[in-house]
Design a protein around this ligand. Structure first.
Ligand SMILES: *Cc1c(COP(=O)(O)O)cnc(C)c1O
Length: 356
């Protein structure tokens, strides 16, 4: 266990006299729940009963929403729960005591090394390109006969760019068909790159592709822990065995269904966040900051050694941001006032940023 990295959850901001504090460290949706969602859960009273273990109502709703068989959907406690099912089922230790390998880009989602390690498998991390994109050629070269799973994160958390359709499809075709390729689309609803890959389209074409999606980000239900995977029966049969029973509560299920039923409202709210994201990236570039393409609800500053200093300066402005060692800072798109304060900080922060 000691070799597992620790998951550092985004911290709330410390109060600063005279300033409203904003948490920009966990890529949460800053908007309050939709009234229809609150209405759907407020009367949920049968909490003495276990929920439906396989979330039938939600899977039916998602099946219709995505136009996929409901049986191809496996829910989990967040998409992280769905990812853990995949890793538990497909990657671990072999009978001879050696470890399966799981290939993914790095830096990427902080939970990956922990989930891979907990499954008993070995992480093979392939550095992202200087512009924050996956280096798919290097990832392909990193695949060995021990590779069981590949994780693709699009848009990549924390660097921001989305994978493109063509490069992703070339990659999938080049990988052995007995390797499971997981496309993590936690921020799918925020993507505006017209060339971005659609994971569901890849799942439809390739039986070794599984897609992860979540209600935590665009739908704003992070606290309720609902996510899911979409994959073919060859995969789902094992995921159902690996799933933590009752991971999705009836409250979470009802909230997710209500959110899907109000999807036009969800899209409208996501667009306000996308507009803010584009205002922030344009503002940063105007100030001379070299920021990668931002397709999620966050921006990445490749600050190198100045990373801790920047995080401290943000905290002094009552903004909590996510600092990664001496690599960079990820800043979630929040309320307009928070975003403006972040831009103001970047205006006066003197160190010339450089790409890592
Ligand atoms: C936030 C996030 C998730 C989703 O987490 P949940 O468990 O669904 O809350 C998954 N993948 C990435 C890359 C994320 O950033």
């Amino acid at each position: 266990m000691s070799r597992l990295p620790k998951y550092a959850a985004g911290r709330p901001p410390a109060p600063v006299e005279g300033l409203t504090s904003y948490k920009l460290s966990s890529n949460e949706n800053p908007l309050a729940p939709l009234p229809a969602v609150t209405e759907a859960i407020v009367h949920e009273s049968a909490i003495n009963r276990y929920p439906d273990a396989v979330a039938t109502r939600l899977r039916d709703a998602l099946g219709a929403f995505l136009d996929v068989p409901a049986d191809d959907i496996v829910t989990g406690g967040g998409s992280l729960g769905a990812l853990n099912q995949i890793l538990a089922a497909f990657a671990g230790q072999r009978e001879d005591g050696t470890e399966d390998e799981v290939v993914y880009a790095w830096r990427s989602f902080e939970a990956y090394p922990i989930s891979v390690g907990l499954a008993g498998a070995k992480s093979v991390q392939v550095p992202v390109l200087p512009d924050g994109r996956h280096d798919l050629d290097a990832m392909l070269a990193a695949v060995t006969d021990r590779t069981r799973v590949i994780l693709l994160c699009t848009p990549n958390n924390p660097t921001g760019p989305a994978l493109r359709r063509d490069e992703t499809e070339r990659f999938i075709r080049a990988v052995r068909s007995d390797v499971l390729i997981v496309i993590d689309e936690a921020y799918q609803e925020f993507v505006r790159d017209p060339e971005a890959v659609d994971g569901i389209a890849m799942y439809r074409k390739y039986p070794n592709v599984a897609v992860l999606r979540t209600f935590s980000k665009a739908h704003g239900l992070a606290n309720l822990r609902v996510g899911y995977s979409v994959s073919h029966p060859e995969v789902t049969q094992y995921l159902r065995i690996a799933a933590v029973p009752f991971a999705v509560s009836t409250i979470a299920e009802s909230a997710a269904i209500a959110s899907l039923e109000s999807f036009a409202d969800v899209v409208g709210r996501v667009q306000t966040l996308v507009d803010e994201r584009d205002r922030v990236t344009a503002g940063l570039r105007e100030l001379g900051w070299d920021v990668p393409d931002a397709q999620g609800n966050f921006v990445w500053l490749s600050l190198g050694e100045a990373t801790p200093d920047f995080a401290q300066r943000a905290a002094a402005q009552a903004l909590s941001v996510r600092a990664f060692g001496t690599e960079g800072v990820r800043v979630s798109i929040g309320e307009p006032e928070a975003n403006t304060r972040f831009l103001d900080l970047c205006r006066v922060f003197t160190r010339v940023p450089q790409s890592s």
